[in-house]
Design a protein around this ligand. Structure first.
Ligand code: HPA
Ligand code: ZN
Length: 327
């Protein structure tokens, strides 16, 4: 079987990665020591054992605890350099990276420390590894729209350092409509807009992300298969879905990877892509997602692999000339 080798070797874009979700347990403890932050886990092994998730919220509780070790600009830099080195090793030539500033500003970390650390990592990784990377500021949907507006205000002086905004955290009970005004403002500011929708939430949340937020991509979106009219729209308007198979497995969105609907999405003509979401927590980076998903779903073909890589570039916010060069 040559497909795993082809999948790994193929140039690809990664469009759904939360940088805080790339913090490996070893780096969490190293930063905790460096910064004098106490953790409710004795060590790496105990922390890893806690990665037994039953749903999105059970993951988010641990993910926010892990992020609590990030205090200084250098911490954000080190975290992003480590991810970008791993991604480059997976032949990722372009990454669009989510970060959750409210997780940090709520602890007294300055917005400048967050954005400048991540941005400097992207610039250095481009210079030293040749990987292209941009940043997407993601609002936490369990917080209020006022809090999102305050966060946007703090980011205003640094807006040239981000390519767009997203919406993540606890989905159920926090529909896209809650953020209609702040997303309208972001669009006025010329930012790209994406949103997590249809990970655990119903197809109505995907409709809301499209019609109210005017999302250009849907993050996850796997629940769309339950709504044929929505499937038709996503295909016809070529609205990409940034699918994260190992994440879906670990958060019990599907009972098992062999029950994932990636093949259905592709066969319906949707612009689906494969991504890692939170690779340190879900058991793999993007190539692990490709190889494990193709192993679990024998219906996926070499043509699907080629389509997924092409989709990742089509779905990206990179310049048209770069997309042509990578494809
Ligand atoms: N869903 C929602 N919020 C998140 C995720 C996710 O998969 N990862 C990090 N924040
Ligand atoms: Zn995500």
């Amino acid at each position: 079987e040559r497909l795993p080798g082809l999948l790994a070797a193929s140039p690809k874009a990664e469009l759904h990665i939360h940088i805080e979700g790339s913090l490996e347990p070893e780096m969490i403890f190293a930063l905790a020591r460096r910064n004098g932050v106490a953790l409710p886990y004795a060590g790496v092994e105990e922390l890893r054992r806690a990665y037994a998730f039953t749903d999105l919220q059970s993951f988010l509780d641990i993910y926010y605890a892990g992020a609590s070790v990030l205090l200084h600009e250098q911490d954000f830099y080190d975290m992003a350099r480590a991810y970008l080195a791993r991604a480059a090793g997976d032949n990722v030539v372009h990454a669009e990276i989510f970060f959750d500033p409210q997780t940090h500003t709520a602890r007294g970390v300055a917005m400048e420390a967050v954005i400048n650390g991540l941005y400097r990592a992207c610039a250095d990784a481009r210079a030293e590894q040749g990987i292209s990377a941009s940043l997407i500021l993601s609002f936490l949907r369990h917080l209020s729209e006022d809090d999102a507006f305050a966060t946007l205000e703090q980011a205003m002086p640094l807006l040239d350092r981000i390519v767009g905004v997203g919406l993540d955290s606890s989905e159920l009970g926090h529909p896209p409509e809650k953020f209609a005004r702040v997303f309208a403002r972001c669009r006025e500011l010329g930012l790209h807009v994406v949103a997590h929708a249809g990970e655990e939430g119903p197809p109505a949340y995907i409709w809301g992300a499209l019609d109210v937020l005017k999302a250009e991509r849907i993050d996850h979106g796997v629940q769309a298969v339950h709504d044929p009219a929505l499937m038709l729209r996503l295909a016809q308007e070529r609205i990409p879905l940034t699918v994260c198979p190992l994440s879906n497995q670990k958060l019990c969105v599907f009972p098992d990877l062999s029950r994932h609907n990636l093949k259905q999405l592709l066969d319906a003509g949707l612009v689906a892509t494969v991504n890692s979401d939170d690779p340190a927590y879900f058991g793999g980076y993007v190539n692990d997602n490709f190889t494990q998903t193709f192993a679990a779903l024998p219906a996926l073909t070499a043509r699907d692999a080629w389509q997924l890589a092409g989709n990742s570039f089509e779905a990206s916010f990179a310049a048209a000339a770069d997309k042509r060069a990578w494809q």
